[in-house]
Design a protein. Structure first.
Length: 453
């Protein structure tokens, strides 16, 4: 595949300097982003046209007293996870059992994210996983985390507005996903499984953390996708909604950002250009591809791997051939000769004798992109805090789940440092809590709230 040179550089050093400039986000820039984000939240809440959908969730935070055993289905960007969750009613939660199945078979036998599949088939696949997971005839309430923008009409009625994260499954947009699940469960004879609540994964994460920590008022996912929600004390001009209510911002669609040539190129080639601009800069679905575009540019200018035989069908020539896991491994490669990166490069490209400077350039690019991702996410959190409590007089907990936050080397620390840099002497008011399995646990809590009030 031949692609054009994007940005002309005259040496590898010069290129790295230019990349540093184009991917760095300074504190004043983060403050501008936070301010704009805050403005756009207000627009969304008051019904003005803007990038932030500000979707009501029909959920307040839990009391921590909800209890019982619930089934949770977590439909994310990569896997579907089915769990049996026990809420103990004292802020304690146990996952009794859990199973995770990819939405796209790595062996190629199925792909429910592609246009060959329909919404009905996808939900039939979900019901299959549930049928294999629970005992026949069981009666149980089910909470469903659906990690895409939905317009909620009630806690158990959520219409998919549009796919994100490059999903192409047909005949699902505009449909009520709870109904699709209900129909699929019935078809599988699972009459005792009652889907009573649908939540976004950010909302589920907020619920999961708030079950034990009453200061939690922001929930976020930094994983395959990116999005944030918060607890709105009083949405203006929406008197029909009870308050407080968690609002799913759909922050991935925020777009007042300093996009560079690589961001624009990725966006142009994506399934939905001009949409999900923040998500395309932050999330794991796109981070590897952005780095691939950077590396390809350097290769095509003869600044990397010049004259050495290279497999033209893999990285960096094949779109989406680099994952955040690869990037994380490069960032954490502290060996003297960057031998772990060299060994990955050999496997990925066939290049056997890279220069140390070339391996260093890979590590630097990976790091620049990961740091930018964390700083952009942090800037949006500050925008929300400005809306909630401009002087930070109260304590706030930001609950975060997602593979990027959990596994990308240095990600959590970079995010925390960015918050500290922006909030300075008030930073201590804000706790960031890694909320593992928040999406699955939160679905169970949502089901409990639906039936216990
Ligand atoms: C979706 C959000 C979701 C996020 C994280 C985005 O692509 O639009 O609804 O919360 O991914 O999974």
């Amino acid at each position: 595949m031949s692609e054009c040179i994007i940005q002309k550089y005259d040496s590898l050093n010069h290129a790295l300097q230019a990349l540093q400039d184009c991917f760095s986000i300074t504190v004043p820039e983060m403050l501008v982003i936070a301010e704009k984000f805050h403005e756009d939240m207000h627009k969304g809440l008051t019904g003005l046209k803007g990038p932030l959908k500000m979707l009501p969730s029909f959920l307040d935070t839990p009391s921590g007293g909800e209890n019982g055993v619930f089934l949770s289905v977590d439909f994310g960007g990569t896997n579907v996870r089915v769990s049996l969750v026990s809420l103990q009613g004292n802020g304690e939660i146990t996952i009794i059992k859990r199973k995770s199945v990819p939405l796209k078979d790595p062996g190629g036998s199925y792909d429910y994210t592609a246009s060959a599949a329909t919404g009905r088939e996808l939900f039939c696949f979900l019901a299959d996983q549930i049928a294999n997971f629970i005992s026949p005839g069981v009666n149980i309430f089910l909470g469903h985390t659906f990690s895409f923008p939905t317009k909620m009409y009630a806690l158990n009625k959520a219409v998919l507005i549009g796919w994100t994260k490059e999903f192409k499954t047909r005949l699902a947009e505009g449909r009520d996903v709870n109904k699709l699940l209900e129909e699929a469960l019935k078809k599988h004879g699972l009459h005792g499984v009652r889907p009573v609540a649908v939540t976004n994964d950010t909302v589920a994460t907020l619920l999961a953390a708030a079950y034990g920590d009453p200061h939690t008022d922001i929930g976020s996912i930094c994983g395959t996708g990116h999005n944030t929600c918060y607890l709105e004390p009083q949405p203006p001009q929406q008197p029909q909604h009870h308050c407080p209510m968690i609002i799913n911002i759909e922050s991935g669609n925020f777009d007042a950002l300093p996009a560079n040539v690589y961001d624009r190129q990725l966006d142009m080639r994506s399934e939905k250009p001009s949409e999900q601009v923040l998500e395309k800069m932050v999330s794991g679905r796109y981070l590897g591809e952005l780095m691939r575009l950077v590396v390809l540019d350097l290769v095509q200018q003869g600044l990397l791997f010049q004259g050495r035989p290279c497999d033209m069908t893999g990285f960096p020539f094949k779109p989406y051939s680099l994952s955040p896991e690869h990037m994380s491994a490069m960032i954490s490669d502290d060996t003297k000769g960057l031998i772990e990166t060299a060994s990955w490069l050999k496997e990925a490209t066939g290049i056997k004798d890279p220069l140390l400077a070339e391996l260093g350039a890979l590590k630097t690019s990976a790091s620049l992109l990961a740091v930018r991702s964390a700083r952009l996410a942090a800037a949006t959190y500050v925008g929300i805090l400005q809306h909630l409590d401009p002087l930070l007089t109260n304590l706030h907990t930001i609950a975060i789940d997602g593979s990027l936050y959990e596994k990308m080397t240095g990600y959590a620390q970079n995010l925390r440092s960015a918050l500290d840099e922006i909030l300075t002497d008030r930073a201590g008011q804000v706790t960031v809590r890694f909320t593992k399995d928040g999406s699955g646990i939160g679905a169970a809590i949502a089901a409990a709230i639906a039936v216990q009030g």
